[in-house]
Ligand binder design. Structure first.
Ligand code: MF3
Ligand code: CO
Length: 243
């Protein structure tokens, strides 16, 4: 999983460097695809539930699962990139939101808080805690900064499959309807806050994939695959060039 994670992290960094006005989202997908193949790995998203590309690229009001296309990125767009890599039977899954150019103060703040939500959650990802401690950490940080948390999608266990149990929600469900498992040493999970500038509700576009905010406001995403250890968790989707 370290090997898969490193390739995924490098692919995310490569994609992030390509986020510039005038670039098509498909050209980023192609570059990431070719990089992953060059590492003797495979893009874990390609063909997953018939998903047609190697990465998801979601602009501005798009939350997740944007499909790469001939559309060009504009100056100031916020661009969420999600990459999954399968290497030697194991998966690394990570995402981040980048800006084309400098971006507005609001856009930079949304991206920063979303990243901080991940790191707050990371501190809660310890044996003895429960998954809800991760969820609470994300929700608290997002909402105390005036943002909302997407409820229709969650983080997840990850291993030989992209999506394994447990679900790792970014919010607390009251009253609780689902199990709230304990976090144990050796677990590998993807923590992935999806944070909206406005309302938490989402819609799915007619392409069957693209998730957008209901109010049209921006959304940011940040994700890493982590390993639970007896002390601090280890980020597996890591490389020299972390967003
Ligand atoms: N982005 C999702 C995740 O991080 C997985 C994408 S599924 C795909 O868990 F089909 F869009 F690839
Ligand atoms: Co994920």
């Amino acid at each position: 999983m370290r090997a898969a994670g490193r390739i995924a992290a490098k692919a995310r960094a490569l994609a992030g460097k390509m986020v510039k006005a005038g670039v098509t989202t498909r050209s980023i997908d192609k570059a990431v695809h070719d990089y992953i193949i060059s590492q003797k790995a495979t893009p874990a998203f390609l063909g997953y539930r018939d998903y047609p590309a190697s990465i998801c690229i979601s602009l501005n009001n798009e939350v997740i699962h944007g499909i790469p296309s001939g559309r060009r990125i504009n100056k100031g767009d916020i661009v969420s990139i999600d990459v999954g890599v399968m290497k030697d039977g194991f998966v690394g899954d990570c995402a981040a939101t980048f800006i084309a150019g400098e971006g507005s103060e609001e856009s930079n703040r949304l991206i920063q808080i979303t990243r901080e939500c991940f790191y707050k959650a990371l501190q809660a990802a310890k044996p003895g805690n429960r998954v809800s401690d991760i969820s609470r950490a994300v929700q608290r940080h997002a909402e105390s900064n005036g943002y909302s948390v997407v409820r229709d999608y969650t983080g997840h266990g990850v291993g030989s499959q992209i999506h394994e149990s447990p679900e790792v929600p970014n919010f607390i469900e009251t009253p609780r309807k689902k199990a709230d498992p304990r976090i144990t040493e050796g677990m590998t999970i993807a923590i992935e806050p999806m944070i909206n500038a406005g309302v938490p509700e989402i819609l799915i576009l007619d392409d069957g994939w693209t998730v957008v905010t209901k109010d049209g406001k921006n959304s940011a995403h940040y994700e890493n695959t982590i390993l639970i250890t007896g002390s601090d968790p280890e980020i597996l989707t890591v490389c020299e060039d972390m967003p």
